[in-house]
Design a binder for this molecule. Structure first.
Ligand code: ZN
Length: 82
């Protein structure tokens, strides 16, 4: 996986429920790539989301709460850029 794929999958993971295989491939990439790790670490929420998604016993409500934190943060970043 290259950086572009990893960043594309960020949105897949948040919005479109990426498969577990894709999520794990992203995890592997993040262990080697500091740049992508920084992007994924937006206030730690994305990393939390990925870890929670990989954990089998995470309640759906917790995933939803993490997801809204991430999308709110991404919206704020978009507004800062505009
Ligand atoms: Zn990368």
């Amino acid at each position: 996986m290259n950086c572009q794929e990893a960043l594309d999958l960020l949105y897949e993971i948040i919005d479109k429920e990426a498969t577990e295989v894709d999520t794990q491939r992203v995890q592997t990439h993040l262990k080697r790539c500091q740049h992508c790790l920084e992007v994924y670490k937006i206030e730690g929420a994305v990393q939390d989301f990925i870890m929670a998604k990989l954990a089998k016993d995470t309640p759906p409500a917790r995933l939803e709460s993490l997801k809204s934190r991430i999308t709110n943060r991404l919206d704020a970043i978009d507004q800062e850029l505009n």
